[in-house]
Design a protein around this ligand. Sequence first.
Ligand code: ACO
Length: 429
Amino acid sequence: MTEKVAITFQGKTFEFPLVEGTFGEKGIDISTLRSTTGLVTFDPGYMSTGSCTSDITFLDGEKGILLYRGIPIEQLADKSNFVETAYLLIHGELPTKDELSYFNHHVVHHSMLHEAIKNLYDGFPNNPHPMAVASAVVGSLATFYQNEISVRDEREIEITIHRLLAKLPTIAAYSYKKSIGQPLPYPDNALGYCGNFLKMMFSTPCEPYEVDPVAAKALDVLLILHADHEQNCSTSTVRLVGSSMSNLFASVSAGIYALWGPLHGGANQAVIEMLEAIHQDGGDIDKYVAKAKDANDPFRLMGFGHRVYKNFDPRSKIIKKLAHQVFEKVKVHDPLFEIALKLEDIATRDEYFLEKKLYPNVDFYSGLIYKALGFPVPMFPVLFAMGRLPGWIAQWKELQADKDFKIGRPRQIYTGKSTRDYVPLTDRG
Ligand code: ACO
């Protein structure tokens, strides 16, 4: 017999079915709760709410497991590359040789931006935050491809996916080039996804540029590690926007804005700013650990803690190893890396952090690697967005194909004023 959960309310008992996941995780299907009981659930921050079933990513926060389409993140970081991982997330299987070559060709082929898009960059004030630029320009792509933004036509969706994956690195690199007053370079499709991006970021027309394979590989691994993370804030945003049948450009543009905040994708920028502050303050790590533990101080250790991982974040282990490799290769001594290592060491032995299960998350070391590769701090969340793009696309596609597809529309418990009369301005005190 199928297991059910009973809720008793006003003397009546109502039964609700359970939904079970691949690894035995269970949820109560309360989709008929309101129609049968008149009740809604109340769950600020969605701490106990599953918004969908999904075949894309599995994570177990207690055991520190992360799987994309069933494959452990450690194996993908070690053996795959970002374009192949993007294919896996979006299509559900690892590609055959032919499928990969087709996908790779199209993702590379669409890398140029319409010349008119450059006018948008001229319209922004000096030094705009690249996340704002990335979101605005991604959203504007819908104006350039207005006839191909159907959410139901598979071919149009496929072209849009190729365009998004191909153009986001160009959009990102242009926002940086514009901010430093350098000419906007054209993509070099022969260099591969990360090589091309590095060249667009760091080359100038007056000097030869050679892609450093260590930098390209490190960037590729970082993109893989960020490629999906099930129903996080930005992904849920992409799904919610997509649930009104908004096109992929609009949904991804909204996802970029959701990712920008310091509690989400902006955390890697916040980590560097925190490490800088500790460094400027004489490197007194204990002082900052004490601040983070003080309930009356709003300061938090950036890059620590995670809504889901309550043991360790498997991505942070891979990133820490990568950070050591990159620092060895670039041979730059960064005092911030030393501070980060010490901070991790102290915090991971401290009772407060152990008790609250706060461990370094994906952002703790990623910013240090980006910095070592030469990326300016405001670009960090944009790099996160580049990585997360295949996840957003896969989740948006899965939503559109969901047999239970519905516009997302949560309920609320209204706690404002009761009904009252309008008071004319002349009668107000
Ligand atoms: N430093 C110090 N204390 C912390 C930290 C931290 N980084 N994170 C959580 N805590 C404390 C809280 O003060 C709270 O204490 P309390 O129980 O005494 O009130 C307790 O731990 C639980 O914290 P919540 O904020 O309730 O946990 P939640 O799951 O809602 O938040 C979050 C998770 C937002 C990631 C939080 O840990 C945080 O703010 N971390 C710093 C920002 C960060 O690194 N964000 C990146 C997350 S990863 C990503 O988005 C890719």
